[in-house]
Ligand binder design. Structure first.
Ligand code: HEC
Ligand code: HEC
Ligand code: HEC
Ligand code: HEC
Length: 179
């Protein structure tokens, strides 16, 4: 009897725990990452990103030019409300509110966590200092950054211009300075 009770309990609990672990990571927003990633010593990631086109990618969808493009493609809503545009220009638009932290802003466009993954579980100093653990907790880093870039910089983009990777990377690179 005892055995079957635990067996039953496991079956009952399994779906709950697996759902919890899937929704474990939430998006904390660029400001939160920027608390640590903003000094000269760290590599000024926050201001480099703020001054990049990526930070303005949502704003861009509010322009007349964007609405014109959306209209020509036959979309009925403004570009900033059209999923077929938002999917490359922002993170978080189609996500459940429970996945978005209080400081997360959809208006921040293509932001830290768009490329590095939802940060709630890896953003603490203790985890960040342990690269392996950070990756286990959801931090995404890239062997081949180019593959990331072409997931958005491709001819599905209505204004696509072929970019030179090195040139483009130089515009947005945000390395931690070597001692
Ligand atoms: C509490 C401070 C803190 C916060 C908040 C923080 N980081 Fe970090 N992060 C660090 C430190 C310190 C390092 C460098 C660790 C080292 O040099 O070994 C680091 C390293 C990194 C690395 C490089 C990993 C590697 O070794 O290649 C990435 C990428 C990164 N952080 C992204 C983020 C993102 C994205 C966020 C927001 C979701 C974030 N960090 C939030 C402190 C922080
Ligand atoms: C999630 C989609 C996405 C990813 C991934 C992405 N980009 Fe972008 N990128 C955009 C969007 C959208 C814009 C246009 C922003 C605007 O002008 O409002 C842009 C603009 C740029 C620009 C400015 C345009 C220009 O020609 O000067 C550069 C440079 C750039 N990206 C480089 C990169 C590089 C390098 C990578 C890979 C490491 C990358 N991007 C990955 C979506 C993305
Ligand atoms: C368009 C995609 C993109 C965005 C947006 C982005 N990163 Fe990165 N980041 C990369 C790529 C690609 C690399 C280089 C390969 C790697 O280490 O993952 C990188 C590297 C890093 C590194 C490690 C640098 C090193 O020297 O090892 C840190 C730290 C970092 N990013 C933090 C951030 C923070 C903080 C933000 C937001 C303020 C941010 N990134 C926004 C794509 C991005
Ligand atoms: C596959 C990803 C992707 C999709 C989908 C996408 N964009 Fe973009 N968009 C980009 C990238 C990357 C850039 C920057 C480089 C470029 O133009 O190729 C950009 C740049 C732009 C720009 C600025 C270009 C300029 O020269 O001023 C506008 C405006 C724009 N997109 C509007 C839209 C609209 C409207 C939609 C939906 C109908 C849309 N985008 C869908 C990826 C995308």
């Amino acid at each position: 009897m005892k055995l079957s009770f635990y067996y039953l309990l496991t079956i009952l609990l399994f779906p709950i725990t697996s759902i919890l672990s899937q929704t474990g990571n939430t998006y904390v927003g660029a400001e939160t990452c920027g608390m640590c990633h903003k000094t000269e010593k760290q590599g000024n990631q926050l201001s480099i990103w703020q001054n990049s086109a990526h930070a303005k990618a949502f704003e861009t969808l509010k322009t007349d030019k964007a609405n014109q493009i959306a209209k020509e493609k036959g979309f009925l809503k403004p570009a900033s409300e059209t999923w077929e545009c938002l999917k490359c220009h922002v993170t978080g638009y189609n996500l459940d509110a429970t996945m978005l932290g209080k400081k997360f802003k959809v208006e921040d466009g293509v932001q830290c966590e768009t490329c590095h993954g939802a940060g709630s579980a890896y953003k603490d100093m203790k985890v960040m200092k342990d690269k392996k653990l950070a990756v286990e907790k959801g931090l995404i880093i890239y062997e081949k950054p180019e593959e990331l870039c072409v997931s958005c910089h491709n001819n599905e983009s209505p204004t696509f211009v072929q970019m030179d990777f090195n040139e483009a990377w130089n515009k947005i690179k945000h390395d931690i300075p070597k001692e």
